[in-house]
Design a protein around this ligand. Sequence first.
Ligand code: ATP
Length: 221
Amino acid sequence: MRVIETFDIYRFYHNEEEETLALRGVNFQVESGEIVAVMGPSGSGKSTMLACLSGLDEPDGGYVEVLGRRITRRAEAERAAIRSAEIGIVRQSENLFNHLSVEDNIRLQMQLGRKVDERRLLDLLDMVHLRHRRQALPSQISGGESARAALAVALANNPKILLADEPTSEVDAETERQILDLFARHKAQGGAAVITTHSEALAAHADRIIRLVDGRVVTHA
Ligand SMILES: Nc1ncnc2c1ncn2[C@@H]1O[C@H](COP(=O)(O)OP(=O)(O)OP(=O)(O)O)[C@@H](O)[C@H]1O
C-alpha cells in the first residue's frame, strides 16, 4: 500500500535579499513496510522535504498525499489530525517538552492520539532502554538518551509512517545500533519510514536511498 506520494513539490524561501529554491519538483513514493533513506549534501533540501511530508511545512507548488489523502493546503487542524493519527515525527531538535519527564512526554503523545496505553508505554520505555530513566526530565538525560526518548514519543501511537530528520546525528555507535533496531521493528510491523541522514551505516539498513542535490532527486537506489 502506498503511504506517501509527492506530486512535483516545490518550496521557495524568500527574504529581503535572496530567494532560495529549496525543493525543485520532487516526486517520490513510499510503500508500507519500506524504509527510505534521504541523503544529500547539507542544504540540499532534506529537512524541507520531510517537513512538507508531515504537513508541518507547506510546499509552494505541488502537493503531498498521506495514505491517499492530500495533506497539502488543508486547514492546520485537519493536517494536525492526519499527523497525529498516522505519522510519528523525529525532528533535529526540540522533540521533548522540557517540563515533562520522559514518560510524561510519551504519555502526552498518547493523549494527543486519544489513547493512553500504560502497557505500551512500558514496552516503549524498554524498547528504547529508558525504563530506569523514565522519571527524568529532558535536561537530566544524555544526548543519546534524548534521541531514543524522541523515537519513543514518535512511535507512541504506533504510526504507519515514521519521519525522522537525522535521528542519529549526535549519538554514539551503540545508540545508532539501538535506533536501527527500532526502525527494523517498526518495519516488521508493517510501518514505513523516511529518514534523512548523513550516515552511511544507517543508509545501508534502508530498503532504498533517495539522493537530493539542490532540491532535486538525482537517484533512486
Ligand atoms: N526558514 C528558512 N528560510 C530561508 N532559507 C531556508 C530556511 N530553511 C531552509 N532554508 C534553505 O533551504 C535550503 C534547504 O535547506 P534544508 O534545511 O532543507 O537542507 P538539508 O538538506 O536538510 O541540510 P542539512 O543536511 O544541513 O540539515 C538551504 O539552502 C537552506 O539554507
